[in-house]
Write a protein of this length. Structure first.
Length: 178
């Protein structure tokens, strides 16, 4: 029996892909998020993270911040299509700006079995300047904010501690251009 798939080998269409964080200002109305998500799924792109919140109550505007990985040409096409949608006021790729700021927030619950594990997690939490949200017998919850890379590094370092159980909730990136 052959190991070859009956399906053709997919083209590596993402060989020039990069991480993109899009900031989209929209009218706060039903269905706009579905339309925006449809632009991505119609082109075979995944949304890695998504945040939506009201940013102007008087004007009834929301900011959609989403992270995706893709080729610049396709991301530029998606932005052009977004800007043509009536409820969209602006759409920018923060990765294209000369200067922008990005952050995310995460809550990380750690179950530990002994004091050695507790001291190791506490040392890492101190290095990364996390905030202790709560601590009970065998459980601690930390809050960390900053760039996605900083959060990822903290999580990678936690993985080096044997025997602890880690549960994570992340906001995904939010960002503003300067």
């Amino acid at each position: 029996m052959s190991d070859a798939s009956v399906y053709p080998e997919p083209n590596n269409t993402f060989k020039h892909s990069k991480r993109n964080v899009l900031s989209i200002i929209v009218d706060n109305e039903p269905g706009i998020l579905a339309r925006i998500v449809g632009l991505f799924s119609g082109r075979g792109y995944n949304i890695e993270a998504l945040n939506v919140t009201v940013v102007d109550i008087k004007e009834n505007l929301s900011r959609i911040t989403l992270e995706t990985i893709g080729e610049q040409k396709v991301i530029d096409q998606i932005i052009a299509h977004l800007e043509k949608l009536v409820p969209v006021h602006s759409a920018i790729n923060l990765a294209d700006l000369h200067e922008s700021y990005e952050a995310e927030i995460s809550l990380i619950k750690i179950n530990y079995e002994n004091e050695d594990q507790n001291l190791k997690t506490l040392a890492l939490a101190d290095i990364y300047r996390t905030r202790t949200v709560t601590k009970k017998e065998g459980i601690v919850i930390y809050e960390i904010s900053g760039t996605s890379e900083r959060v990822n590094k903290f999580l990678d370092d936690l993985n080096g501690i044997n025997g602890i159980k880690v549960e994570i909730v992340r906001s995904g990136p939010i960002g503003l251009g300067i």
